[in-house]
Design a protein around this ligand. Sequence first.
Ligand code: SAM
Ligand code: SF4
Length: 338
Amino acid sequence: MTTAGLADRYGRVATDLRVSLTDRCNLRCNYCMPVEGLPWLPSSVVLTDDEVIRLVRVAVERLGVDEVRFTGGEPLIRPGLVKIVAAAAELSPRPRLSLTTNGIGLDRLARPLREAGLDRVNVSLDTLDGERFERLAHRRRLPDVLAGLSAARAAGLTPVKINSVLMRDINADEAPALLRFALAEGYQLRFIEQMPLDAQHAWDRTRMITAAEILAGLEAEFKLLPDPAERGGAPAETWLVDGFTEPDGSPAKVGVIGSVTRPFCGDCDRTRLTADGQVRNCLFAREESDLRGALRGGATDEEIADRWRAAMWTKRAGHGIDDPKFLQPARPMSAIGG
Ligand code: SAM
Ligand code: SF4
């Protein structure tokens, strides 16, 4: 059985679409990709700009999607990004449009993206120390990321959010410094627990930095107060940072996404499209549904919408990381789209 929107049998309805625009990247973050990179998708299977635009249109016009986030791999290295954003901004009803990026190149692209209709960005930044950045991401690009962040703020892609992943032995002690930086610069910081989505399969539950540890680290320096705002489908639990305000005068917040120790699967409202046109109903799904084949085989918009609905209907209740039978998905985070 299916319904008009992207419902599943547990009563959740997906309205938030994550589109991966490429599986390639110019960094090699330890928790995501091996230093030598990965066998990239051949360009023949990567959706063209027009194919991406068509699928986003089907999602918005027929399936009730009201928020589209472009990600990857690194979406800023996709040549057609500005064109794709502009086309998505023309849709009716107009979806909210955001981008998750490592920030490299954003100094150049922030303004054209804003002019094309992008609303917001999330920039990934795990450390403020150049030597640690190189250990973590295997490239000397910290200054580019910082330049990208300030260009995003200057272009009005606000609120500019920062995503940080902490790793033991590299940047585990950096939570307070990252928050100090975000508060001083007017960025909104959220920590993400490291998930078993690295291509190397090196994730180890006993070594990951938990949400509780992140909060304890922050509370050594800051007073955190419960956030009275409704969480809704948002993955981040948020706290108010006592004594600090956002650039607009509202109380400053910090978020923690406890994907592993505080899962939010019951409220998940996401659907995902990979760069090669596969629908995934969960980051941790082990099955995908092929829309590229349908698209290239001449399917109508309604046939594509039907496939998408069917793919979402089978979404599991939860990711099951704590289940002894848990199996990491075959594709790593960079190929799924984070
Ligand atoms: N390259 C872009 C970036 O880094 O923002 C977009 C893609 S990246 C896969 C999206 C987000 O996933 C980033 O914030 C990154 O830190 C996060 N991420 C990647 N691997 C992860 C993992 N194993 N656990 C938790 N978060 C992860
Ligand atoms: Fe690239 Fe983003 Fe993965 Fe880092 S997390 S390797 S920036 S895709």
